[in-house]
Write a protein that binds this ligand. Structure first.
Ligand code: ATP
Ligand code: MG
Length: 482
C-alpha cells in the first residue's frame, strides 16, 4: 500500500468505534472519526475518503438519510452502514439506498477489515471499469466527430465549387447555406446573409416569385433574369426536416441559341414572302394567257392552294416573331365574355358537325383586364380550335373564364386523345406536334407557340394538364389590371 487509504468513521461515541479504529489502523488504513454532520462535511472537503462507515444512527440523524445525501454528491463513494443489531429488512434498506453493504454487531476485528477490503476492492474494480468505459466512449466520439467534421468540410467544398448556384433555406425561408456562385451572381460579397430571411438579403423579384409560388406547390422551375442579360433556370426542391433548396443553372447560352434560331426563322420567313407572292401572281397570270386543258387547270389549282398554305405559314411565323420581339403593346379594357362568344360563333358549324357537347361558362364578376383584344381572340381561337380539332365525334368541351384572387383563369377542357406526359411541355414549342395526334388532322404546330407568346406578352402563364385517353385541359392565368 503505497499511499494509505482514508476511511471515515461517522459514528456516535460507541465502544465499537474504538474497535473499528484499531482494527483498521492495524490493517494500515488511515482513519478519521467524525461525530456530527458538520465534522463529516469538513472531513470530506479536506480529503475525499476511499470508504465511509456511517452509523445507523448518526448524531440524531438516520444514517441512511446521511448516506443518501452523500451519494448524491459522490455517486461512486463506497459506504457501509453500521447497525447495532442485524434486523430483518436491514439488508434490503441498505441496498435500496444504494449503499455498498453493512456491518452489524456483534463484530470481530476480522469481520471489519475483511468487509472493508472487499468493498474497496469492488469499488476499485467498478471505478476502473467506469474510467475505461469513459475513455473508450470519448475516443469513439472523438473519432466520429473527426469523421463528420471531415465529411462536412468535404461537402462544403463540393457545394462551394459547384458551377450551379445553391441556396439552402430552412422551413421559414431563412438562409442556411449559399455557395460562391450565389454570392457572385447576386453580388453578396461581404454582406452577412446566413440566418437572414432570404427575401430581405436577396431582393430579386424572380427569386421571390419562385419561392412564393413553390410554397403553394404551383411551380418548381422559374427563370431568373439579371440586368446584365444573364438568365438562370432556378429549381425549388423541398427537403424533409430541413426546409428547401434552390438550385440555379446558367442558361444564358441556351437563351442566346433560342434567340438566334428565332432570328433565323424570322429572316427566312420574311425573305420567303416576296417569292411566294410572285409565284401566286404568276399562277394567276398563267390562266389568263391562254386556255388550259383540264389537267393543267387542276394542277394549277393545287399549286395555288399549296402556295396559299405556305404564305399562311410564313405569315404566322412573322406574326410570332413580332410577338416575341415585344411589339405587341396595344392595351385596352377587354370584354372577355364577348370575345369568347364571337369566337365560339365561328366554330359553331364545326361543333355541330362533330356532334360535340359544348359548355361555356363566364363568371359574372371578372376582374378588369387590359389587353390586346385581337391577341386575346387569337389565343382563344387557337385553344378552342385545338379542342375541337383533336376531340372525336360526340366528345365534350368545356370553356370557362373565372377569377382567382387577382387573376383571370381561362380553361379549355376536352375529352380528346390527351397528350403523353413527356410531350406536355413541348407542345408549346414551334412546330411540335404530339406523337399520338389522330392521323389526318392537319396543322403546322405553331398554334400553341403563338398562344404562349401572347400569354407571356400579357405577363400570364399557360400550361396543360392532360391524361392520354381521357382528355386535356389548357389553363391560362392572366394577371388582372390593378
Ligand atoms: P396549328 O399550327 O394549326 O395550330 P397544331 O394544332 O398541330 O397546328 P398546336 O396548336 O401548336 O399545333 O398544337 C401542338 C400539338 O399539341 C398538336 O399537334 C397536338 O398534337 C397537341 N395538342 C394541342 N391541343 C390538343 C388537344 N386539345 N388535345 C390533344 N392534343 C392537343
Ligand atoms: Mg392548333
Amino acid at each position: 500500500m503505497a499511499k494509505q487509504d482514508l476511511i471515515v468513521l461517522a459514528l456516535n461515541d460507541l465502544p465499537v468505534t474504538d474497535l473499528m479504529e484499531r482494527a483498521l489502523r492495524a490493517s494500515e488504513f488511515e482513519v478519521v472519526i467524525v461525530r456530527d454532520r458538520a465534522g463529516l462535511d469538513r472531513s470530506i472537503q479536506e480529503a475525499i475518503p476511499a470508504l465511509m462507515i456511517i452509523g445507523e444512527k448518526f448524531s440524531e440523524e438516520s444514517g441512511l438519510v446521511v448516506s443518501t445525501s452523500i451519494l448524491e454528491r459522490f455517486p461512486t463513494m463506497p459506504i457501509l452502514l453500521f447497525a447495532v443489531k442485524d434486523v430483518p429488512g436491514l439488508a434490503r434498506d441498505v441496498l435500496k439506498a444504494g449503499l455498498s453493504g453493512y456491518l452489524a454487531a456483534p463484530l470481530k476485528i476480522d469481520d471489519i477489515t475483511e468487509e472493508v477490503k472487499r468493498t474497496l476492492h469492488r469499488a476499485r474494480n467498478l471505478g476502473d471499469w467506469v474510467r475505461r468505459e469513459v475513455k473508450r466512449t470519448t475516443a469513439s466520439l472523438e473519432q466520429k466527430a473527426k469523421i463528420s467534421e471531415a465529411e462536412r468540410v468535404k461537402l462544403e467544398a463540393i457545394i462551394a465549387n459547384i458551377q450551379d448556384g445553391v441556396i439552402v433555406l430552412d422551413e421559414t425561408h431563412h438562409i442556411l447555406l449559399v455557395n460562391q456562385m450565389v454570392y457572385d451572381v447576386f453580388h453578396l460579397e461581404g454582406i452577412p446573409i446566413l440566418g437572414k430571411y432570404v427575401k430581405d438579403v436577396i431582393p430579386n423579384a424572380d427569386l421571390s416569385a419562385l419561392i412564393d409560388r413553390a410554397r403553394d406547390g404551383a411551380l418548381k422551375y422559374h427563370e431568373i433574369n439579371f440586368d446584365d442579360g444573364r438568365v438562370f433556370n432556378a429549381q425549388y426542391t423541398p427537403i424533409a426536416r430541413i426546409g428547401s433548396a434552390v438550385t440555379m443553372q446558367d442558361i444564358s447560352y441556351l437563351k442566346e441559341i433560342d434567340r438566334l434560331k428565332n432570328d433565323f426563322i424570322h429572316t427566312v420567313s420574311h425573305d420567303l414572302r416576296s417569292p411566294l407572292t410572285a409565284i401566286l401572281g404568276y399562277t394567276e397570270l398563267v390562266e389568263r394567257t391562254g386556255s388550259l386543258n383540264e389537267s393543267q387547270h387542276e394542277f394549277l389549282g393545287r399549286l395555288q392552294l399549296s402556295v396559299q398554305h405556305m404564305t399562311g405559314l410564313v405569315n404566322e411565323l412573322l406574326d410570332l416573331g413580332r410577338l416575341e420581339a415585344g411589339f405587341d403593346t396595344r392595351r385596352e379594357h377587354v370584354q372577355l365574355g364577348n370575345i369568347l362568344k364571337y369566337s365560339l360563333d365561328v366554330f359553331d358549324n364545326q361543333i355541330k358537325k362533330k356532334n360535340i357537347k359544348l359548355i361555356s361558362e363566364v363568371a359574372a364578376e371578372l376582374p378588369p383586364l387590359r389587353a390586346n383584344p385581337i391577341r386575346i381572340r387569337q389565343m382563344i381561337d387557337n385553344l378552342v380550335g385545338n379542342a375541337i380539332k383533336y376531340t372525336p365525334q360526340h366528345g365534350k368541351i368545356k370553356v370557362s373564364f373565372s377569377a382567382q384572387e387577382n387573376q383571370i383563369v381561362f380553361r379549355v377542357e376536352d375529352s380528346g386523345p390527351g397528350i403523353p406526359p413527356e410531350e406536355q411541355n413541348r407542345v408549346f414549342d414551334k412546330f411540335f406536334r404530339a406523337s399520338n395526334r389522330p392521323s389526318g388532322v392537319e396543322g403546322t404546330g405553331l398554334g400553341l407557340a403563338i398562344v404562349k407568346s401572347i400569354v407571356q406578352s400579357h405577363q400570364g402563364r399557360v400550361w396543360v394538364e392532360s391524361k392520354v385517353g381521357v382528355g386535356s385541359s389548357f389553363i391560362v392565368l392572366l394577371p388582372a389590371t390593378d
